[in-house]
Every structure is written in C-alpha cells, then in structure tokens.
Write a protein that binds this ligand. Sequence first.
Ligand SMILES: CC(C)(COP(=O)(O)OP(=O)(O)OC[C@H]1O[C@@H](n2cnc3c(N)ncnc32)[C@H](O)[C@@H]1OP(=O)(O)O)[C@@H](O)C(=O)NCCC(=O)NCCS
Length: 170
Amino acid sequence: MQANTPEQTKTILTDLVLPSETNPLNNLFGGELLARMDRAASISARRHSRRITVTASVNHVAFNRSVPLGSVVTVEAKVSRAFKSSMEIYIDVWIEDRISGQKSKANEAIYTFVAVDETGTPVPVPPIEPQTKLEKERYEGALRRKQLSLVLAGKMKPQDATELKALFTD
Ligand SMILES: CC(C)(COP(=O)(O)OP(=O)(O)OC[C@H]1O[C@@H](n2cnc3c(N)ncnc32)[C@H](O)[C@@H]1OP(=O)(O)O)[C@@H](O)C(=O)NCCC(=O)NCCS
C-alpha cells in the first residue's frame, strides 16, 4: 500500500462561532468543538485510507483557551501515525485575530480512527511517513498513546504496554 505523508492527509475546517454554539460565558461550547474536530479528523483519516472510517477513541483533548463568540476558528487535522487498521489523528485548533489576521493556537486534541469495510470490520491502512521535526515527534509518541488508550479501554494489559511502561522506568 502506498504510504502518505501527514501533509497529504491535512484537513482544514474554518468556521465562525455563532450564538447557538456558545455557553453562558459566550464562549464556544466544548461539545461543539469536539464535533468540529471529529469531522476534520474523519476526513483526514479517509484521505489517508480511502476507506470508511469510524471514531474509535478520543485520546486527549486540552481546552487550554476559551474561544469567544464571533471568533474565526480553524481546525487542522493530520494523520500522525498509522498502525494496522487504526490511525492517530492530531488536531490543532487556531483562532484568528479580527484586526491583525494573526492566528494563535487555542486548543489541541488526539483522536483514533479505524478504517472499516461495509460490514464494519477493520481493514488495513497504508503507512505514514513523517517529514518535519514535529511530525516525527508526533509519530514517535503515537505508539505510547495507542497503548495508553487501549489500557484505559481495558483492551490491553498494562504489563503488555512495553513502550508506555518504558516512559516511567527508563
Ligand atoms: C472501532 C472498532 C471498529 C474497533 O473494533 P474492534 O472489534 O475493537 O477491532 P480490533 O480489536 O481489531 O481493533 C481495531 C483497531 O482499533 C484499535 N482500537 C480499538 N479500540 C481502541 C481504543 N480505545 N484506543 C485506541 N485504539 C483502539 C485497535 O488497537 C486496532 O488497531 P490496529 O488494527 O491498528 O492494531 C469498533 O469498536 C467500532 O465499530 N466502534 C464503534 C465506532 C463508532 O461508531 N464510532 C462513532 C461513535 S458515535
């Protein structure tokens, strides 16, 4: 199967924050941001695998900064690593300043998607070849994050999570 670079899987969703999408502090509702990130990640996973893809897990979400009503929000998703049938998608969220047009990082998240056939059975996906320093760092960390996610989901025994354990013992 033909490998892709993370850049080839890049998906950018840009949209406004409207009143119906905010909490009582007039900031973007967390669930709305999760949905936007899920959509972008799903397209990214599909671009990489050319398959039906489903969300298997939300591994990490950091709501570091609130996103005010009226903001222009850009959600950027890329596949950071592919395993057998699963793919880790790294998502960066940016807010654009209305006056200067400068983009600043607001939040980030990591999702796992699985490629499946028409019956919902997992199918193999091509490898990812990271190019930049950041892409290589994210690629390197992805196996540990997969193991952590599987352990938390009760799908892997902690003693089998070799790369994850090494973080605490080396
Ligand atoms: C995701 C799904 C296809 C996995 O099916 P499964 O029977 O667990 O299949 P497997 O055990 O073969 O796992 C498939 C892959 O997913 C990975 N995976 C499964 N659960 C995971 C989790 N919680 N975290 C990270 N990876 C996970 C496995 O490690 C495996 O990866 P690999 O093939 O790259 O090694 C299945 O659970 C499913 O269809 N879930 C519902 C998806 C959905 O509807 N999402 C939207 C929610 S509203």
